[in-house]
Design a protein around this ligand. Structure first.
Ligand SMILES: C[S@@+](CC[C@H](N)C(=O)[O-])C[C@H]1O[C@@H](n2cnc3c(N)ncnc32)[C@H](O)[C@@H]1O
Length: 390
């Protein structure tokens, strides 16, 4: 039966928009649409307010002694492991669970677990991951697993000896659910995009305790995860800047106000709809509370955001304005790998950075072009599918 569709403008003016499972169309409007939308929505979009706390602090971990732990391949720095151990052994009060999303083989989990164990909390740790082996995982750990295989048994055999009561849930981010009561520490090392962060906040946000709970974002300063600080900048004074690590990419926040979000996000979280000025302002607010080294490292965030939105000339200009400081160059040099370099190649060229031999697989450029072509055909395929099903 023919169902009348609401006019597009009305859909866009609702406070909350589509389910996170289908973010594609609203998530990436093309530049012409964005200009029109940002004009229509300018009156309505409530831009994020500054974080309550003026600055992040660098925690002093010099007195923390890490116990002997099993050696497990992982993607966190030693300083980040020490921070996690310090959080659960010294700061954790026992007011709620400790939840980790994105464990991989358990390196971060081991540090959280050892801290809890040493502080006498033997039943507090809950871990979530989809435990699906990826091609990129094989470059970091030599396990006899093929792409798509389950690595949960490896994770469990690494962590259970240290923390026998560990609770593990195998689930993709979009179907995360939580009914385990209050959460005191939420450690996130899997959600990197707006839809993923929305799902995580919807699942765990209502269980975080204002004034007590801490959210740790492992990838806050990680260049390819530039959507993380952008989404967080939308939460305004619900979060207060807490710690930032100079070695690694971790930053943490104290929850100040209840985080009650559904799986649909307020429309203003969608930074792809922000005007250029709004985006630049958001990055100014993201960078302001950071210590100098972290600020220099993340200074290219505006350029990445604009480039990802296909505002390429403005992105290049923004990067030129940032300059070529040592910290920025050293950070970008670490990401000349596939597919990040291929996606943002002109920005790397502005910085004079070329991939080192071995950074990228053979035919990386061609693989990226095929990926891009398939992504641009996806909306057409979806529409065609819907039309055929009608
Ligand atoms: C960066 S790794 C975590 C590294 C780990 N914390 C460590 O210390 O080595 C990211 C993890 O998130 C998981 N992950 C990525 N995307 C996911 C998704 N959509 N749903 C659930 N887990 C996901 C991956 O399986 C991987 O284990």
């Amino acid at each position: 039966m023919f169902k009348p569709q609401p006019p597009r403008a009305r859909v866009l003016h609702r406070r909350q928009v589509r389910q996170v499972d289908s973010p594609h169309e609203w998530d990436r409007p093309n530049p012409a649409w964005r200009r029109i939308l940002s004009r229509i929505e300018r009156v309505r979009i409530v831009m994020p307010r500054p974080l309550l706390s003026p600055e992040f602090t660098i925690p002093d971990l010099s007195s923390v002694v890490l116990p002997a732990l099993p050696q497990v391949p992982g993607m966190i720095e030693d300083a980040e492991g020490l921070y996690l151990y310090w959080l659960t052994s010294r700061i954790y009060k026992g007011a709620g669970a400790v939840v980790e999303v994105g464990t991989w083989l358990g390196r971060s989990t081991l540090h959280l677990a050892a801290g809890l164990r040493d502080a006498g909390h033997d039943d507090a740790l809950h871990c979530f991951d989809q435990f699906v082996w990826r091609r990129s995982h094989a470059t970091k750990a030599a396990l006899s697993l093929r792409r798509g295989e389950d690595f949960q048994p490896y994770f469990e055999s690494n962590v259970r000896p240290v923390y026998p009561n560990l609770r593990v849930t195998k689930a993709p981010i979009r179907s995360l659910r939580w009914s385990g009561g209050p959460i005191e520490i939420l450690f996130l090392d899997a959600p990197k995009s707006l839809p993923e962060l929305s799902s995580v906040l919807a699942a765990f946000g209502p269980s975080l305790i204002p004034g007590v709970s801490v959210i740790v974002f492992q990838d806050y300063q990680h260049l390819p995860s530039f959507e993380v600080p952008l989404v967080l900048s939308c939460l305004g004074d619900n979060l207060e800047a807490q710690h930032v690590l100079e070695c690694g990419s971790t930053a943490s926040f104290t929850v100040r106000k209840p985080l009650r979000f559904d799986t649909a996000q307020p429309v203003h979280w969608n930074f792809n709809r922000w005007s250029r000025e709004e985006t630049a302002e958001a990055w100014r607010r993201i960078l302001a509370p950071l210590p100098p080294r972290a600020r220099a490292r993340m200074a290219g965030g505006l350029a990445l955001t604009l480039y990802a939105r296909r505002e390429r000339a403005a992105a290049c200009q923004a990067l030129r304005e940032v300059g070529r400081g040592d910290e920025l160059l050293a950070t970008w040099q670490r990401f000349t790998t596939f597919p990040f370099y291929d996606r943002f190649r002109p920005l790397f060229r502005i910085l004079g950075i070329r991939p080192r031999p071995g950074d990228r697989p053979p035919f990386a450029g061609l693989r990226w072009k095929i990926r891009e072509a398939r992504a641009s055909l996806r909306p057409l395929r979806r529409r065609l599918g819907a039309w055929i099903r009608m």
